[in-house]
Design a protein around this ligand. Structure first.
Ligand code: NDP
Length: 275
């Protein structure tokens, strides 16, 4: 079974560097995907309240009979729950649906700059870490300016910023800011929702290594020190996406993928997105 490296977070906790993403997985299918993933060696699952599948994820976790201490479960606070008290209620709803007493990582899903309540949400997250409902706390889709404001106003540095990141959308400046502040970068849509897999540079490298394009893209993330959460509901892809620890990309391979010109975002612009 795959041995996934543990990634050390700035609060002393560790998370697996590869996890299963479950956005767009219907609640009724989430249990099977999670079970399949855990059987393949995954120990980390990334869901969110808005995905509507926390119950299915929880069922899959229970069915796999892996000890809770060995699991790493992430969920996220949705955009309309940023008030201090409401965020706490939203957390309890997520825990009830997941059937868990705590999550390993709780993220503010989007900053929702227009409503400007993410500082309240962050203060609620800090309280949830203190009372044990979240082992680690972080954010998603935050810009440098928003991260800086969180740090300046609360003194608590997020453990993670989960952002759109794939070849051709490499977020170099933001990654440098994260490194400077000890924030782990977690790549969402690490496969570019499948679009990165067609690129001729990646196909060429995959051919030379005898690996799939997805495995090459995931190695690029891992060798760049990024945490990845590829989504799949296809058993053979779920297995292949974690079977990436028996080869290494060369410095030339990495440079070639780094050289793919920067394209457009697949998802919304965090400064504009209201949810
Ligand atoms: P991914 O980049 O993970 O791509 C998923 C797509 O690629 C699916 O269509 C999947 O198909 C396909 N795929 C997966 N593995 C392979 C493979 N080995 N070969 C070929 N195709 C493959 O996209 P996501 O947008 O789902 O991102 C991953 C996760 O990131 C999400 O599930 C979610 O957890 C998180 N996320 C977070 C966001 C945020 O705002 N914080 C926003 C978006 C995503 P199939 O399932 O049919 O196999």
């Amino acid at each position: 079974m795959a041995q996934v490296p543990a990634f050390k977070l700035n609060d002393g906790n560790s998370m697996p560097q590869v996890g299963l993403g479950v956005w767009q997985v219907p609640n009724g299918e989430a249990s099977a995907a999670v079970k399949e993933a855990l059987a393949a060696g995954y120990r980390s699952v990334d869901t969110a309240a808005i995905y509507g599948n926390e119950e299915g994820v929880g069922a899959g976790l229970r069915a796999a009979r892996v000890a809770r201490k060995d699991l790493f479960v992430t969920t996220k606070l949705w955009n309309d729950r940023h008030g201090y008290d409401d965020a706490q209620k939203a957390m309890d709803e997520s825990l009830r649906k997941l059937g868990l007493a705590y999550v390993d990582l709780y993220l503010i899903h989007w900053p929702v700059a227009g409503s400007d309540r993410y500082l309240d949400a962050w203060r609620a997250m800090v309280a949830m870490k203190e009372d044990g409902r979240a082992r680690s706390i972080g954010v998603s889709n935050f810009t440098q300016a928003q991260l800086q404001r969180l740090i300046d106003e609360t003194g608590v540095v997020p453990a993670v910023n989960q952002v759109e990141l794939h070849p051709g959308f490499a977020q170099r400046e933001l990654r440098a800011f994260h490194a400077e502040h000890g924030i782990a970068t977690e790549s969402w849509s690490p496969l570019g929702q499948g679009s990165s897999l067609q690129h001729p540079v990646i196909a060429g490298i995959a051919g030379r290594h005898g690996k799939t394009a997805a495995q090459v893209v995931l190695r690029w993330h891992l060798q760049n020190g990024l945490i990845v959460i590829p989504k799949s509901v296809t058993p053979e892809r779920i297995r292949a996406n974690i079977d990436v620890f028996d080869f290494e990309l060369s410095a030339e391979d990495i440079a070639a993928i780094d050289g793919i010109p920067e394209g457009k975002r697949l998802g919304p612009d965090p400064d504009a997105f209201k949810g």
